[in-house]
Design a protein around this ligand. Structure first.
Ligand code: GLY
Length: 367
């Protein structure tokens, strides 16, 4: 599947649903609307041929609520069985169960919601939104989150694995063969090592190992919102919660300042609350790119555990941020862009495109 809709396809897709027939009608009142997302935000497509960022942009320029637009965008990725990092068909945990995390934040409403370890619902971002809208709480987890989702009318499925995610799980299981590793520490390390081996062999998309999608958008009125949704770390210990549903870690939005969200090693964000830090740096006047680089530098300096360092003594993992401020300035930054090919998704009045992520460090995480 091509990664990118070219301008002609984008306009054609819009025309097919009657929106871009007269060309994009973008009303700007000081702020140029823009949607930014992780790279998979310009890959999976809906039946109208729109990717996450294109769908969200179309909705915000037609006047939809910015958070509803971001969620409608990530729903395309959550429902795509080919994306093994998010929603339906996300890579399962170490017991073969798909457990999903998601969060949403609404800038103008100064509100948010999130869900963790949710099983059986393909679109956890919509459950997070329901928690924000229908309860006095921010975060629900596990079986009780599933019960809440059932109450809210979501369909609960027995198993969100697809043949693809199940095959990959069985391969991992076969290689790790836990019966032979009595020491749980060695077993966990072997499991992690084997998973990285499967990434190196091209069996798992590197972006899908800690895979996730984050999508943030600002409209012409400067209203800003975001969402992050994920199946989390592949083969994680059951019950592991990553950064995606933790406000301040995998997502943070301040309606007066901007939004930041992340993909990559969630534990690094949980230990630094990097998305919150990025928004606070923007509050002090930093450009989104500088704010993102500052967060990456902090993670680099906080990473001192030997098992997390490569031969150069730098982090042996990647982490990425997608950032937009209320002026419509944006950036996508990463710890490493080793092959120079890693990109993030952007959609503005020019249509959807893949933009290269700017890296803090040279080389690759595993050199
Ligand atoms: N960033 C996704 C995760 O670590 O769960």
């Amino acid at each position: 599947m091509p990664n990118k809709l070219n301008r002609r396809q984008f306009v054609a897709a819009g025309a097919a649903v009657g929106v871009f027939a007269r060309g994009p009608q973008v009303i700007t009142r000081g702020v140029k609307p823009v949607v930014v997302a992780a790279g998979n935000g310009n890959r999976s497509k809906n039946s109208a041929g729109l990717t996450c960022v294109a769908k969200a942009f179309k909705m915000i320029t037609e006047g939809s609520d910015v958070l509803d637009a971001c969620i409608a965008g990530v729903n395309i990725v959550e429902l795509d069985p080919e994306d093994t990092s998010v929603g339906y068909g996300g890579l399962p945990n170490a017991d073969g169960v798909v457990q999903l995390d998601a969060s949403v934040m609404h800038g103008p409403r100064k509100s948010g919601g999130s869900v963790a370890c949710l099983e059986g619902v393909r679109t956890p971002s919509l459950v997070a939104k329901k928690i924000m809208d229908e309860t006095d709480h921010v975060l629900l987890v596990g079986k009780d989150a599933q019960r809440f989702a059932r109450l809210m009318g979501f369909t609960i499925e027995d198993d969100l694995n697809t043949p693809k995610s199940r095959d990959l799980y069985l391969e991992w299981k076969r290689r790790t063969d836990p019966e032979h590793y009595l020491n749980p520490k060695d077993r966990a390390e072997l499991g992690y090592h084997v998973a990285l081996e499967m990434v190196a062999e091209g069996k798992i998309d590197p972006d899908h190992f800690h895979g996730t999608i984050n999508c943030n958008a600002v409209n012409s009125k400067g209203e800003i919102c975001g969402t992050t949704t994920t199946s989390g770390l592949a083969w994680k210990i059951p019950g592991r919660v990553g950064d995606s549903p933790i406000l301040g870690a995998g997502l943070y939005v301040d309606g007066e300042v901007g939004a930041a969200g992340s993909t990559g090693r969630g534990e690094a964000n949980l230990l630094t609350l990097a998305s919150f830090q990025i928004v606070e740096s923007m509050r002090q006047g930093m450009h989104p790119k500088d704010a993102g680089m500052a967060a990456l530098r902090r993670i680099k300096s906080q990473t001192i555990s030997k098992r997390l360092l490569n031969r150069r003594g730098e982090p042996n993992f990647n982490v990425n941020y997608y950032i937009v401020n209320v002026k419509g300035e944006y950036a996508g930054v990463t710890m490493y862009n080793s092959n120079g090919m890693s990109s993030f998704a952007v959609c503005n009045e020019k249509g959807p495109e893949n933009v290269k992520l700017e890296a803090l460090l040279n080389g690759s995480a595993n050199d």
